[in-house]
Design a protein. Structure first.
Length: 223
């Protein structure tokens, strides 16, 4: 079974299982005609990619509806526009799994693969999903750059490395927008998450997000 197959059949977290299924049944008014995915959302992109983007978790009416990471919500609008501009996606929009979007030398995953109630993850939920990220890191043999979207995405990478028995730097890398740490042939870049909380308030602007992926592109070009 593929890693994606294992993820989509996961039922480790009763709280998340109940929430994602309830949302898929009740839906929201503007998406009443949709048949919601309502399962754990697999990572998107090839395992031989050199760039890995790690987000937080699927949105209840975004990826939990469409079945593809960062697809169907405003966070995805921001992310895919920036990825396309930096040459990591073949188009700037992501609507559903049949829209023709293709990632280029990039893979997108998340610290958790199920939509959490109130966008609030628990330590238990993160711990239950960590083996999936560890498995991805083990398989991504060409990985060179990791972008952690938000502190949760950033920290999940460091925890997964530790789970694999790999050594993290001391002092431990600290999250910040545009933070850069490089060791063991990998560059870890921090970025504010393109959530509405950040984009509506101006904490994250398009130019700031563009800068993160331009930096990722530069780091790949240096290798």
């Amino acid at each position: 079974m593929t890693p994606g197959g294992r993820i989509t059949s996961c039922r480790r977290c009763p709280r998340l299982v109940a929430h994602r299924q309830t949302v898929a049944l009740t839906k929201t008014r503007r998406f009443q005609d949709w048949s919601y995915w309502g399962r754990p959302v697999p990572s998107f992109g090839r395992l031989d990619a050199r760039l890995l983007v790690i987000g937080l978790a699927p949105a209840a009416h975004g990826a939990n509806r469409t079945g593809r990471m960062f697809t169907g919500d405003r966070s995805g609008d921001w992310l895919y526009r920036a990825l396309h501009k930096a040459g990591f996606a073949n188009q700037p929009v992501s609507v559903d799994r049949t829209d023709g979007l293709r990632l280029v030398d990039c893979r997108i995953t998340a610290a958790a693969h199920c939509a959490p109630p109130g966008n609030a993850l628990t330590r238990e939920g993160l711990a239950n999903c960590q083996p999936y990220l560890e498995d991805e890191l083990r398989r991504m043999r060409r990985l060179r750059v990791v972008v952690g979207l938000g502190r949760v995405g950033f920290e999940s990478y460091l925890r997964a490395r530790a789970g694999l028995g790999l050594t993290n730097p001391k002092p431990r890398p600290r999250f910040g927008h545009g933070s850069v740490d490089a060791w063991d042939g990998i560059t870890l870049i921090g970025s504010y998450h393109p959530s509405q909380q950040n984009t509506f308030t101006g904490r994250l602007t398009e130019s700031m997000l563009d800068g993160v992926f331009q930096l990722a592109r530069q780091r790949l070009a240096d290798r």
